[in-house]
Design a binder for this molecule. Structure first.
Ligand code: NAI
Length: 282
């Protein structure tokens, strides 16, 4: 590799900041980047959860620091960025990952439900961007932002309109930012996982009359979900290859995504099939 290309590479052994790092995909990315030698700053709304991840990384010989942060609070993200820059002087990888799920019939979805998911899944990413990007532009080294969107940022899904709205927004935002920022040294990836076996469904509101839907979804994610470690590896790969969209696992997302790009009707058929598979176990 030429010296010029090497100089443009993001240092995976540098400094990383990950939100929603107390569980699931964020936790797995924290371990993966620490394994590459990064000093990882881990933020989560749950202090004890993120402390436990920090403990695990340190026990494995890595360098990690916990921060109790609610991503809906722009001031808290700003304070986090100030702390990280004071401690380590730069950020090589920012992973805006914290998020929640929400599912339910639209007539049972209140304005408060919409606001909550938009505040966490969309504004949480926005707050990460506004706090860190000005500082990342000032530092004289290349860096990368991974925004966790979802396969549902590329395709539609039934009873998931608020979630899909936030994740489609994160994909559009990430692609636009990648175009704007990559010539200035910051690559941006929209990470689009399919079904991943994490705590997401357990931590989510699933509204239904029968009360059975949530348990069905928990079982489905445990049975069919890919590992969060596979997502973490894909995220690191996306940073290395400077991909603006990273789907993982490919088979969970590509068929419906491609169907939808060929024709809206084909995409709708794929979305209905996915819904049947998930809720009725067909
Ligand atoms: P998870 O529930 O295991 O982890 C999410 C973490 O985010 C938790 O530790 C939680 O405490 C934290 N969090 C929630 N609200 C927060 C807030 N306001 N401020 C700071 N931290 C907060 O879920 P998972 O699956 O690891 O989710 C991570 C991201 O991946 C989310 O954005 C989710 O939408 C996305 N995703 C997950 C998929 C899956 O199948 N598990 C599929 C596609 C995307």
């Amino acid at each position: 590799m030429s010296a010029k290309r090497r100089a443009k590479r993001v240092d995976l052994a540098g400094v990383a900041v990950i939100t929603g790092a107390g569980s699931g995909i964020g936790r797995a990315t924290a371990f993966e980047l620490a394994r590459h030698g990064a000093t990882v700053h881990l933020a989560d709304i749950s202090g004890p959860a993120v402390e436990a991840v920090v403990g695990g990384i340190r026990a494995a010989g890595g360098s990690a620091r916990a921060h109790e942060v609610d991503v809906t609070d722009s001031h808290a993200l700003e304070a986090l960025a100030a702390r990280v820059y004071e401690a380590d002087g730069g950020v090589d990888v920012l992973h805006n990952n914290a998020g929640i799920g929400f599912s339910g019939p639209i007539e049972q979805t209140s304005v408060e439900d919409w606001r909550r998911i938009v505040e966490i899944n969309l504004m949480g990413v926005v707050h990460g961007i506004t706090a860190f990007v000005p500082r990342m532009l000032e530092q004289r080294r290349p860096s990368h932002i991974v925004n966790t969107a979802s396969g549902l940022g590329l395709i539609p899904a039934i009873q998931l309109a608020p979630y899909c709205a936030t994740k489609h927004a994160v994909v559009g935002m990430s692609q636009s930012l990648d175009l704007e920022l990559s010539p200035r040294g910051i690559g941006v990836t929209a990470l689009c996982p399919g079904i991943i076996a994490t705590g997401i469904v357990k931590h989510s509101t699933v509204r239904d009359e029968s009360g059975l839907r949530k348990q069905k979804a928990v079982d489905f994610y445990e049975r069919r979900g890919a590992s969060p470690e596979a997502v973490a590896e894909a995220a690191v790969n996306a940073i290395r290859k400077r991909r603006s969209i990273q789907v993982v696992p490919a088979m969970h997302v590509y068929p419906a995504w491609i169907a939808g790009r060929i024709s809206t009707r084909a995409g709708a058929v794929a979305a209905r099939l996915a819904d049947r598979l998930m809720w009725r176990g067909e």
